[in-house]
Design a protein. Structure first.
Length: 432
């Protein structure tokens, strides 16, 4: 039975494993949308605003006490973000694999969604109280462990419940939720809740609220015990690897997701320092808010328009190729002219490109999954292509900014990486 389930060939598969055919309704979409907003807010409000501020504050305090660690603020921030991203990288496939095997009456994904949201919130609160960069890194590791696991279960909702013909539209909405979480998070911690500790607490509360609301008000079909994979957990975890030789489209799609996310992270994670150190903008936080608002509006338009267009055409790759070209153009603009006026041009271009990508990417990624029984595990591996750039980007940025002190070089690197996605996506054969 295990082989039949893995191949998705059983004619009497339970609802939890069957390919969905009924379009999801507005209420379910809204709750998933809100849960994703809470997740992305809890990830990006700290990354873009709170963590840089806290690192700078702790660094300044150490400088005044003559105990300054080596490296500037950007390098220390890279260490904290890199440690956290490693946790997310581990949590995504592991929580995904465990949820695939879960036979709780509450469903396969919901118990893990709540548990991971609570873990993420606890880690955020540890960061809020951290007296040193080292404790910050520990807290952010715990936070990303939970948030990475929550990402795995929420991502699995797409192939679990959404038919392929509706995934472009839903993918666009997921991209919009990421943008809204990012922008709302920045707005909350910069304008509404200005104390750093209160900002962290607000992020923790919002991610838990979004998870609980989604779990309490939506169904999650349980997996019958007789369909639970009959292999030990330890063996299942060893099988996290998906061979790109056996599943080449999965491998090429993974590479595409990695390239686009790495390019986006290199282009956005250090904007606050860019505005302060290179542009010398008079109010870097307000400047960041302006740029993110432009990014958000463009992403919103692209996600709404291109998601529907992708579903109607049934094609995914042209949208991914177009998105990579637009994002690379934005990066080149900042590399050639790293000024405030050009940032105002590049921000909406980057947002439109990333929104276009999210309008097609979830559909493409879920259409290359190897087996229905391993959806969350395989999507957890796909999500590594989101988490790994948060490890790689700080390392690359640390080298470029620490050794070269060059933001144009950083943006040029973002453009080159994004162009790589054009090469990888064209190698996917099973999705038009």
């Amino acid at each position: 039975m295990d082989e039949a389930i893995a191949a998705g060939t059983e004619t009497a598969l339970p609802t939890a494993l069957a390919e969905p055919t009924q379009p999801v309704r507005a209420g379910w979409i809204t709750l998933l949308f809100l849960a994703n907003i809470g997740l992305w807010l809890a990830i990006y409000a700290p990354i873009q605003v709170l963590l840089p501020e806290q690192v700078a504050s702790l660094h300044q305090h150490l400088a005044s006490s003559s105990a300054v660690p080596s490296g500037g603020d950007a390098v220390l921030l890279s260490v904290v973000m890199g440690v956290g991203a490693l946790a997310s990288l581990l949590a995504n496939p592991v929580v995904g694999a465990l949820s695939d095997r879960t036979t709780s009456s509450r469903g396969r994904r919901h118990p893990w969604t709540v548990a991971c949201a609570l873990t993420g919130a606890a880690g955020i609160l540890v960061v809020a109280a951290a007296p040193s960069v080292a404790v910050m890194a520990i807290g952010w590791f715990i936070a990303e462990l939970g948030l990475g696991g929550m990402l795995a279960t929420l991502t699995a909702a797409l192939p679990d419940r959404v038919p392929a013909t509706q995934r472009g539209t839903l993918g666009g909405l997921i991209g919009i939720s990421q943008m809204l979480g990012t922008v709302l998070g920045a707005l909350i911690v910069i304008v509404i809740v200005t104390r750093m500790s209160a900002g962290y607490a607000t992020c923790a509360a919002i991610v838990v609220a979004g998870a609980v609301l989604f779990v309490a008000r939506t169904p999650d079909e349980p997996l019958p015990r007789e369909f639970k994979p009959r292999v030990p957990v330890r063996t299942a975890l060893r099988r996290l690897w998906v061979s790109p030789r056996q599943h080449p489209d999965f491998g090429w799609a993974w590479g595409t997701h990695f390239m686009v996310n790495l390019g986006n992270d290199l282009g956005t994670l250090y904007l606050l320092y860019f505005l302060n150190d290179r542009v010398h903008y008079h109010d870097p936080q307000t400047g960041l808010l302006i740029l993110m608002a432009l990014y958000a509006v463009a992403l919103l338009i692209a996600g709404a328009v291109c998601g529907t267009a992708s579903d109607r055409s049934g094609k995914r790759k042209p949208f991914v190729i177009g998105s990579a070209a637009i994002m690379a153009t934005a990066a080149v603009i900042l590399a050639v002219s790293p000024t405030w006026s050009m940032a105002l041009v590049a921000a909406p271009l980057l947002g439109f490109g990333f929104g276009t990508y999210w309008a097609a990417a979830p559909a493409l990624l879920t259409q290359v999954l190897p087996a229905a029984a391993d959806r969350a595990k395989d999507l957890g591996i796909i999500n590594i292509a989101y988490s790994l750039p948060l490890v790689v980007a700080p390392l690359l940025a640390g080298v470029v900014l620490g050794l070269m002190n060059s933001y144009p070089a950083l943006f040029a690197l973002a453009g080159v990486v994004t162009v790589g996605a054009v090469v990888t996506v064209t190698r996917v054969r099973s999705v038009p």
